[in-house]
Design a protein around this ligand. Structure first.
Ligand SMILES: Nc1ncnc2c1ncn2[C@@H]1O[C@H](COP(=O)(O)OP(=O)(O)OP(=O)(O)O)[C@@H](O)[C@H]1O
Length: 289
């Protein structure tokens, strides 16, 4: 199998807010397909997505996406034309209907021909299963439907690069599953960067994963490689093991421990979440019973 071509490379991205280094020398590369971005609260995920979506320029470092260099105004414009961005707070006008909101985004994306634009708006709303409710006001839609409206807006114009900031937050398991299907479909042939707190989203959906903490990349690789970091480091016990980095009582009453197991420990199969917890090395991620 040949390696997938790189569609985005970033090197040394830095961004400060006063004394806070939101991004501290971030380098990474992306290929087509869905890459998950994991990290604790305040890690810099939203800041990174905003930089890559050209919403804010970095203080230092550079990146190229889909062959465009956003440091020039021509490069920025070319990249924005190929970009779909689902921000953390999509900024809906609650009185807009789903159609009106997506149409408004389509106008901003320079789809000037009214007939063609309306066809495109209907296409993306149907792609996210909202064709039937396109005339409903956004304030009357459920949280899951609103997230799908935001995804439809990001998909307008068939962008090659999709940036999705915590799109599954607040969705129930069924809605989250449906959303994953839609993102997986969107990831066929596109470069998708998805930030999430759900390690399950990453395990089920992503071909690559980046872990960010304190504005720095702590891990970049496949979900299997992240999971493998916890191989031999997860064990079961009757009591919480004080030596564990993290440990919690499971539904069966035994404790699941993550860290450095004692001799002869009853080892368990690791999950991606275990690998993630160990990658963070305890910072902001301690889970206790
Ligand atoms: N506009 C801003 N002004 C000042 N500080 C900011 C601003 N935006 C973010 N920060 C700070 O930058 C750091 C990174 O924030 P960011 O929102 O990128 O993290 P995050 O990983 O997306 O967090 P969360 O998971 O909570 O959404 C945090 O310390 C945050 O407080």
């Amino acid at each position: 199998m040949t390696a997938a071509p790189t569609t985005l490379t970033a090197s040394g991205l830095t961004l400060r807010y006063g004394g806070t280094r939101a991004l501290d020398d971030v380098s990474l590369s992306l290929t087509r397909g869905v890459t998950g971005l994991l990290g604790p609260n305040g890690a810099g995920k939203t800041t990174l997505l905003r930089v890559l979506a050209t919403a804010v320029p970095p203080d230092g470092g550079e990146f190229r996406a889909l062959g465009h260099d956003p440091r020039t105004s021509a490069g920025r414009l070319a990249l924005r034309r190929e970009l779909g961005y689902l921000p953390q707070t999509p900024g809906f006008h609650p009185d807009f209907t789903a159609f009106e909101f997506v149409d408004y985004v389509a106008i901003l994306k320079e789809l000037t021909d009214r007939g063609a634009r309306h066809r495109e708006v209907r296409r993306v709303l149907e792609a996210v299963d909202l064709g039937e409710v396109r005339g409903k006001r956004i304030k009357r839609l459920s949280g899951g439907m609103r997230q799908r409206v935001a995804l439809a807006a990001a998909l307008v114009g068939d962008p090659g690069f999709l940036v999705l900031d915590e799109p599954t937050v607040g969705l129930d398991p069924e809605q989250r599953m449906r959303f994953r299907e839609l993102v997986a479909e969107a990831g066929e042939g596109r470069t998708v960067l998805l930030s999430t707190h759900q390690t399950e989203d990453v395990a089920m959906l992503c071909h690559r994963v980046v872990v960010l903490a304190h504005g720095r990349v702590r891990f970049e690789g496949t979900p299997a490689e992240l999971t493998a970091r916890a191989a031999g480091r997860v064990w079961s016990s009757d009591q919480r093991d004080p030596a564990a980095r993290a440990g919690w009582r499971t539904g069966t009453g035994t404790f699941r421990n993550v860290g450095d197991p004692p001799e002869g420990a009853d080892l368990l199969e690791p999950t991606l979440e275990d690998g993630y917890l160990l990658t963070l090395d305890g910072e902001s991620a301690a889970v206790t019973a």
